[in-house]
Design a binder for this molecule. Structure first.
Ligand SMILES: *Cc1c(COP(=O)(O)O)cnc(C)c1O
Length: 452
């Protein structure tokens, strides 16, 4: 089909030109977006080729170059070629991945991907897995199982009877947990603010001293692998001991930090993580598959399946696992296909290399910035770097100058009460040259702000 050849050619050209353009769109590119937003709905059809041409002309320049090697905002990965190609082919298949009856192929690739994931992430092989949109929904999904299990222990079937009149549950969070956790708790009826918090140290890790006294009863305890600012991970051995003593539930948000387990040199950072009851992670971050793809893993697969169960006369359940048996959604795209392709293409050594390479880039950023006289605020143990350019005003001005320069893109945050710039190296596409070019731009813009 000529249209699909045209789409592939445009996509390939887009990727080939990424290296030569600013990472953020220009004001003119954005102004064109504003203009077309107010166009009326067309009365007559537009030829397909023309739709695609306009999409490319308006959209491609207005994208953030997150698929390239010099985007370091939030925690955003690129798309590995094997994963992107698999995504294109799977889109042509247009399978409904919810039920094995609708797509035996999707169900099988997802099962294979889950088995590989548990292996490479060193999680218990008996875990049930769920492909969802991202880590936010992965935590929500995991906590469906937690809520059910802890309430059943009090004689309450929450899935049948709801939360009205249910016995209360304790929920304990790290003081510096990712905001998506509170969002999930709100959606679960457990309350965003009805939580107890555990104090953290200077890197945002839960303090292990006094933990046994703070977790002194059955509770859902949420910890994290990979603090979104520092990359630091909580003390899982101590947490698992404290939670296990009372038969509670330990959930780990490992949106990116869980991947430390895939690299032998970083594995000690998440020691004991396999002792939790559930884990949330993203594949669209460090595994570098196209958006969107998050994953929930739950040790007690039966609890998750019970919370997500559904029966209908027209749904045939066969020998093959239905992917929707452990997810909140029914119909959905086959996210597991890209994960399978990424894992096949890299193998164990490739995943390890991806994690190590990006962590090495973060270390180079930290060393280069320190050598230039700027202050790095965190211990760079993973792929996150926090840098200050002096007081808050100078740091904000430096971030603004760096973003306008366009060589690379970094965002801001507040750490330890101070403004900081975050550098998150999460893309397979980042090369040592990208790091040097970006360092040069950051130091140049930073110096212009400090000594105007
Ligand atoms: C990115 C992130 C999330 C949210 O993930 P989504 O995929 O955006 O839903 C949660 N926790 C941490 C630590 C993260 O880095």
């Amino acid at each position: 089909m000529k249209l699909l050849d045209d789409a592939a050619a445009r996509a390939t050209r887009y990727l080939a030109l990424l290296d030569g353009r600013p990472v953020n769109p220009t004001p003119e590119d954005l102004a064109r977006l504003d203009a077309f937003l107010t166009e009326p709905f067309p009365e007559a059809p537009t030829p397909d080729a023309h739709v695609l041409e306009r999409l490319d002309a308006l959209g491609s320049p207005a994208t953030m170059a997150t698929a390239g090697g010099r985007y370091f905002g939030l925690v955003i990965g690129g798309a590995l070629p094997a994963a992107l190609a698999a995504n294109w082919l799977a889109a042509a298949w247009d399978q409904n991945a919810g039920l094995a009856m609708c797509s035996p192929a999707s169900a099988s690739f997802e099962d294979a991907a889950l088995r590989n994931l548990l292996d490479v992430l060193r999680l218990p092989p008996e875990c049930a897995g769920a492909f969802v949109t991202g880590a936010t929904m992965a935590t929500f999904t995991s906590l469906l199982a937690a809520r059910r299990t802890l309430l059943l222990a009090k004689g309450w079937d929450v899935d049948a009877d709801g939360l009205f009149g249910a016995p209360p549950l304790r929920v304990i969070l790290s003081e510096d947990i990712h905001p998506s956790l509170r969002k999930g708790l709100g959606m679960l009826g457990l309350g965003r603010d009805r939580v107890e918090t555990l104090p953290v140290d200077g890197e945002g890790r839960i303090r292990s001293d006094g933990l046994a006294a703070r977790i002194d009863g059955r509770a859902i305890v949420c910890a994290q692998a990979g603090n979104v600012n520092t990359g630091a991970s909580d003390p899982f051995e101590a947490l698992a001991d404290a939670v296990g003593r009372h038969g509670g539930w330990l959930h780990v948000d490992g949106a990116f930090g869980l991947w430390a387990a895939a690299a032998p040199a970083r594995r000690h950072l998440v020691a004991g993580i396999e002792r939790a009851q559930s884990w949330a992670t993203d594949a669209h971050k460090w595994l570098n598959v196209p958006y969107d793809c998050g994953l929930a893993f739950v040790r007690d697969g039966k609890a998750l399946a019970a919370a997500c169960s559904l029966e209908a006369a027209y749904v045939e359940t066969g020998a093959r696992r239905d992917p929707s048996a452990t997810t909140p959604e029914m119909s959905r795209r086959a996210r597991g296909i890209e994960v399978w392709a990424a894992l096949q293409a890299m193998g164990r050594s490739g995943v390890e290399d991806l994690v190590e390479r990006t962590c090495g880039h973060a270390e180079r950023f930290a060393a280069g910035l320190r050598a230039a006289g700027f202050e790095v605020l965190n211990e760079v143990v993973l792929n996150q770097v926090l840098v200050s350019f002096g007081d808050d005003e100078r740091t904000l001005a430096a971030i603004d100058a760096i973003q306008r320069d366009g060589t690379c893109w970094c965002g801001g945050t507040v750490w330890g009460g101070r403004r900081a710039m975050r550098i998150s190296v999460s893309s397979w596409a980042t090369t040592p040259e990208d790091v040097e070019r970006s360092l040069e731009a950051i130091i140049r813009c930073g110096r212009a702000v400090v000594n105007p």
